[in-house]
Design a binder for this molecule. Structure first.
Ligand code: PMP
Length: 428
């Protein structure tokens, strides 16, 4: 039995499922999860001493790779001054000013401790600002685990939402309308019917929680138009895409201006950080200057801010995202060529430092209904073959992949060689 397996047995006795967040448990691929001891650059090392090239990067934050020297030294410098005061500090202003300058749609920003808090608070603010209860979200988009966002579509697309977890009251879920991502006509129809009752439309501008799906032409533009027309708040959930696909996030990449933006992951550089921000008139509804309540004991604490700032400051270097995207392109082209050689239905996509691949005939995959047609048994076999070769991919075919600036050409070549071997075993 490996040390990871021993630890998993031990963990399951005192932690539900042995993990502190479900996808870590390998339920989507089978087998025992790998326990990690350390990370450096593009690599993570497990408890048995095996090295992996890491394409999860803690689900997005580690865009500079693990244990980046500048991030660690910023943390060390701050550590000596104390950990948290629950009172204002200058470094919070530095963070807010940097976010506002890099994302022009954000006039004011409030720091929180996770992506879940960011989206949950943005929804409350949108409801408080508009005086309306209903929201629209899209199937296959994940916005954290707040009640009103853990909702799936009812029997028809335009019916009331139903909870997709026990514990979410039906009375809360009924205010959430769930539509199909990339279905522009459906959005127009839903807004024609419910528009004046809608507080907000929340969307992942690139969907990264049903693998990786970019918006089709006109989709985000339509969201912008219907929100403006009906006085609803357009919320971009850029927890994953913010500072990951482009310097100004997906909103810069596609040229669409949301009213509010939720951030997380990269802006914390690996510490628990989230943020939401946007139009000054909307943000001015937040306590203490407005009536909408939102707070946090550790929000904006100096260590988290120092870590996030050190991370973000690297991302403004010329060509940073172009280089990341080239890496993703080489990686995905390599995977695709290997699949093609063995006649395996396969499709890929990428943007900035984020990529996705599907065992699927659709090219490109644009809808959730297509994602669920992916060949799951093939994905599982591919995943485990890659893991054996020392390549750590997301253990679910519904997750995106993440590249860091620490991944070298040689790392990418090694990964493509492993994919070649894995595809061969799938064909055999
Ligand atoms: N929104 C999106 C788009 C996410 O990908 C996630 C997490 N994967 C969240 C919100 C929730 O963030 P957190 O896990 O930090 O609560």
């Amino acid at each position: 039995m490996s040390h990871s397996e021993e630890l998993f047995e031990r963990a399951q006795r005192c932690i539900p499922g042995g993990v502190n967040s479900p996808v870590r448990a390998f339920n989507g691929v089978g087998g025992s999860p790998v326990f990690f001891k350390k990370g450096k650059g593009a690599y993570v090392y497990d408890e048995d001493g095996k090295r992996y090239i890491d394409y999860i990067g803690s689900w997005g934050p580690m865009i500079l790779g693990h244990a980046h020297p500048d991030v660690l030294s910023a943390l060390r410098d701050k550590l000596e001054d104390g950990l948290s005061f629950g009172a204002p500090t200058e470094i919070e202003i530095e963070m807010a000013e940097l976010i506002c300058s890099l994302m022009p749609s954000i006039d004011m920003v409030r720091m929180v401790n996770s992506g879940t808090e960011a989206t949950m608070s943005a929804i409350r603010l949108a409801r408080g600002f508009t005086g309306r209860d209903k929201i629209i979200k899209f199937e296959g988009c994940y916005h954290g685990h707040a009640d009103s966002l853990l909702v799936k579509a009812g029997s028809g697309a335009l019916t009331l939402g139903v909870p997709n977890s026990p514990g979410v009251p039906a009375d809360v879920a009924k205010h959430t309308i769930t539509l199909e991502y990339n279905n522009t006509e459906q959005v127009i129809a839903a807004m024609a019917e419910y528009g004046d009752d809608i507080a907000a439309i929340i969307v992942e501008p690139i969907a990264g929680n049903m693998n990786f799906i970019q918006p089709v032409d006109g989709f985000l533009q339509t969201l912008r138009e219907v929100c403006t027309k009906h006085g609803a708040v357009l919320i971009f959930d850029e927890v994953m895409t913010g500072f990951r696909v482009a310097k100004g996030g997906a909103q810069a990449a596609y040229g669409i201006t949301p009213d509010l933006t939720a951030l997380g992951k990269v802006i914390g550089g690996g510490l628990p950080v989230g943020a939401f921000g946007g139009r000054r008139d909307i943000m001015s509804h937040l306590a203490p200057i407005g009536p909408v309540y939102q707070a946090g004991t550790l929000s904006g604490n100096p260590l988290a801010m120092a870590c996030g700032l050190a991370n973000i400051r690297h991302l403004t270097a010329d060509g940073f995202y172009e280089k990341l995207e080239q890496g993703c392109q080489t990686l995905m082209n390599g995977f695709q060529a290997a699949a093609d050689r063995y006649d395996i239905d396969f499709s890929t996509d990428y943007r900035g430092g984020m990529f996705g691949f599907f065992f699927n005939a659709a090219k490109p995959v644009t809808r959730y209904s297509e994602v669920v047609q992916s060949d799951l048994p093939r994905f599982k076999k591919f995943f485990h073959s890659m893991l054996d070769s020392g390549i750590y991919l997301a253990p679910s075919c519904y997750e995106a992949g993440f590249l860091s600036s620490a991944h070298s050409d040689a790392d990418i070549e090694e990964t493509i060689a492993a994919a070649e071997k894995a595809m061969q075993s799938l064909a055999g």
